[in-house]
Design a protein around this ligand. Structure first.
Ligand SMILES: NC(=O)c1ccc[n+]([C@@H]2O[C@H](COP(=O)([O-])OP(=O)(O)OC[C@H]3O[C@@H](n4cnc5c(N)ncnc54)[C@H](OP(=O)(O)O)[C@@H]3O)[C@@H](O)[C@H]2O)c1
Length: 298
């Protein structure tokens, strides 16, 4: 028996933040959560796109309760402003879905001086989670879901040059950012447990899903995604399983079960030895605190 969205309990009275939810996997995650009566905060960098997604979800679920809030994960200023606004207006947070991401863009640095994929995919979510921890910690049965990727397999944390100041590799930087997301999910769970907090940290990956993510690929390669991959709604299922599954434990990693985890029903999956390196995870955590100026559970 594999998990299906129909297996998820009703989420009435619960609230979720989904980052990067105007399109792709984040949108389908938000749509499914709305279908379960979960209140939503669409945390997006472009408000026009967020409002369009809100309208689309409301067509399907007219009674859904959806807020849109600006969040640019590649800007620590924006992350802080988002968290401050959220904490002022909400007393609880049941689900934080750290979904937003970019893949293999040309080299650029964020306004804080971080390589763009590291900034948006990992460091922004690290800071966001830390800033929202007070409200997550006091919400019973809360969960943080971090999006990783099959790309974590080829990832390597370049502690001596995290920002690829030399020898930029689009693929290497994407792999690094997604490995960092997975190491963070595992390390966060260990730290939550150690602190005696009930919040669970889990990770998920969608396999290969046909979304906008491949926009920086050469054209012949973008054809690969729809051919091999699954739809965005299927790709969102591992995230939804991680967020809502009754049999999920902290530190679990969910992904598709077929075709070398590229597609199929969501199951618990394994990950590389590097992703489980606890010394490297502690080192990455310390460095992330230093770079973002957000310290928590340390
Ligand atoms: N699709 C796949 O096969 C695949 C495979 C493995 C992992 N993943 C992971 O799944 C997640 C979702 O990807 P997707 O496939 O749904 O891609 P997508 O269709 O390109 O959607 C990405 C979302 O992230 C948002 N985003 C990007 N940078 C942001 C920033 N700085 N601040 C806030 N939001 C930002 C985008 O906003 P805009 O619309 O404004 O750009 C969009 O809403 C990513 O973390 C990705 O690494 C995807």
């Amino acid at each position: 028996m594999t998990w299906n969205i129909n297996d998820a309990r009703d989420q009435k009275g619960r609230i979720a933040i989904v980052t990067g939810s105007n399109i792709g996997l984040g949108y389908d995650t938000a749509l499914a959560l709305a279908g379960k009566d979960c209140r939503l905060v669409l945390a997006c960098r472009n408000m026009d796109k967020a409002k369009a997604a809100q309208r689309q979800i409301l067509v399907r679920y007219p009674k859904a309760h959806i807020e849109c809030q600006t969040l640019d994960l590649s800007s620590l200023k924006s992350v802080r402003s988002f968290a401050t606004t959220f904490l002022k207006s909400h007393k609880k947070l049941d689900l934080l879905i750290n979904n937003a991401g970019i893949m293999m863009p040309p080299y650029s640095l964020s306004e804080d001086g971080f390589e763009s994929q590291l900034a948006a995919n990992y460091l922004g979510h690290f800071a966001l989670t830390g800033l929202l921890l007070p409200v997550l910690a006091k919400t019973p049965n809360s969960r943080v879901v971090s999006l990783s990727s099959l790309a974590h397999n080829w990832g390597e944390i370049r502690f001596d040059d995290l920002n690829f100041k030399s020898g930029y590799s689009k693929r290497g930087a994407y792999g690094q950012s997604k490995l960092a997301c997975l190491m963070f999910a595992y390390e966060l769970n260990r730290r939550l447990q150690k602190a005696g907090l009930q919040t669970l940290s889990v990770a998920a990956h969608p396999g290969v899903a046909a979304t906008n993510l491949a926009q920086h690929f050469p054209r012949f390669l973008t054809a690969f995604f729809p051919l091999v991959g699954q739809s965005a709604s299927s790709g969102a299922l591992p995230t939804l399983y991680a967020a809502l599954g009754d049999d999920i434990d902290g530190g679990d990693y969910c992904g598709p079960r077929s075709m070398r985890q590229m597609r199929g029903a969501p199951v618990k999956v394994g990950s590389t030895r590097a992703s489980k390196d606890q010394e490297a995870a502690k080192r990455l955590w310390n460095l992330s605190e230093e770079l973002t100026g957000v310290s928590f559970l340390s």
